[in-house]
Design a protein around this ligand. Sequence first.
Ligand SMILES: Nc1nc2c(ncn2[C@@H]2O[C@H](COP(=O)(O)OP(=O)(O)OP(=O)(O)O)[C@@H](O)[C@H]2O)c(=O)[nH]1
Ligand SMILES: [Mg+2]
Length: 317
Amino acid sequence: MQEEASGQKKAAVVGVVGRTNAGKSTIVNRLVGEKVSIVSPVEQTTRNTIRGIVEDPRGQLVLLDTPGLHKAVGPLGRLLNGMARASSAGVDVLLVVFDASHEPQLEDDGWMRRVAKEAPAKCVFALNKCDRSPFYATMFRDLWKQIAAEKDAAGKDSQPACEPVWVDVCGIKPHGCDALFEALFGLAEVGPALFPEDIVTDYPRKLAIADVVREKLLQRLHDEVPHEVGVVVNDIAEKRKTGWEVAVTIYVNRPSQKGIVIGPGARLLKEVRLCSEPELSDMFGVRVKLELWVKVVPNWMKNNRILAEMGYLGSEQ
Ligand SMILES: Nc1nc2c(ncn2[C@@H]2O[C@H](COP(=O)(O)OP(=O)(O)OP(=O)(O)O)[C@@H](O)[C@H]2O)c(=O)[nH]1
Ligand SMILES: [Mg+2]
């Protein structure tokens, strides 16, 4: 590569967007090579914008993993959609992830129209889940052709739709994102690194711990409960001999949900704790012990203090 040969490294901020469940966080973790963002089959898994930092001989990519766009339900849903839209602005490269194991959905159409309208200079369309069959790559390409043609036909005054770089990817396979890496570094420009070399994320510690606990809950809860669960880390006591003792509150919306989260004989909560602790100990290189409390606060999603503690209102700790 020319830049490498001349010793000049590249750098880019990449906004990773797309509809919920498309596999954005899976791809970000794969590119970073470490888990920086939680993943689950439940919609609206990612609730904060998370920066994953990729260091490579070619340079540095700063990936902004965002909440997936979805049909907004309630104040939290609207907040997450706003966050997703806002984080596509002001990036060097826009990476739109599509789940091509399904036909294009309304939100996919929406992202394509947004790209056509705003014509970002550099854009990659990643068709994810190419391990699955059928794989609707042609349908996605045809939809884009149609949207770009509509935009170009719309008038002389507006700028023409941009030409995205298309890549088929598989977020769950070890080499499933190599082509995407190539595409992103291909679009990045020569420039200084934005973060020190040895960090993979600057996501605040309390929010990262809360996310791991929420991931373990999402993996075990069904129906509407996952969307009405929120997690806050209240305190991290750093003990010299025994490691970190972390106090965590799990907020639910209704009394019946408290019983579901705790589970018969407190089994579910215990499982969540036992799965989270080793992962967190690994993540931070110190023994982590969790104390989990479940609290019913009707309409916590409308409570600005709680939303701020969760980092959803931009007052991250
Ligand atoms: N088969 C297959 N499944 C995948 C692939 N990539 C992601 N998944 C699965 O898709 C589901 C959603 O993945 P996430 O990475 O959480 O999706 P997301 O786009 O970040 O979702 P939100 O955070 O809700 O916006 C998870 O169950 C992943 O394991 C893939 O390439 N192939
Ligand atoms: Mg996500």
